[in-house]
Unconditional design. Sequence first.
Length: 289
Amino acid sequence: MKFLASFIPACALAVCAAIPATLSAQAPAQASASTQRASDADLIDLADYADLVVRAKVRRQSDVAPERAPGLRPGYARYYIEADTQNLIAGNTPLGERVRYLVDLPLDATGRKAKLRKKEVLLFARAVPGRPSELQLVAPDAQLLWSEALEARTRLILEQLVAPNAAPRITGVRDALSVAGTLVGESETQIFLDTVNNDPAAISVVRRPGMAPVWGVSFSEIVDQAVRVPEPGSLAYYRLTCALPLSLPSEANLAREPADRARASDDYRFVIAQLGSCVRLREPPTLQY
């Protein structure tokens, strides 16, 4: 996501605030046969891969026969949608008054298909080159029923994604180093993370005798001066929580002494416990789709 239409610049200054508790990630956005549940982690996934976020009103839907719907998941139906553009929330690609796209949506508990005509939806999509009126959703089901609350949550996420100091997408753990101090119980561990575009990211854990461990993450080349604990609900929080493995990969631990390696692993587990679990209610999109 490279451009946000009509966003409020104030939120993009310094560290963007976490998503309010009243619009919390832990509660699903909605749940019915015609829509998809979405946590804030899910919305970050969708917005991060989308070039366009569009509010639209469905004008016409047509069922796609299963034999003409390759890759359709069991319990889903595929639809060809024509929708009137209501608002371009994010993106810099001009759109016409009407857009067309395919979407996969689950059948309800009785096996009935969704009825979308006249409903407003939020689309996470990419433009189709050479076809200005067509969209490709970033995931087969990257359509959510629009609501004011959902749009507010999405806009807050988009603002964080385009902020100058936005946390990069994390792809794994690269290296881990741990050094004991001169006092018993004193140590410092640094865990360096792999990111998209090789942007800097590192976690530090400092232990002092008689004190609780102190940890933080830096998205700067100068680790010691930029370390801070990510605010729960912030983009940085979800970047870590939803990307880091539960245990430190053995190939990432460069500590030579067994005690140093064990301490690095312990400090990593401490950070994972502090972060908690990533709440996802849907499969994240992929660049291959």
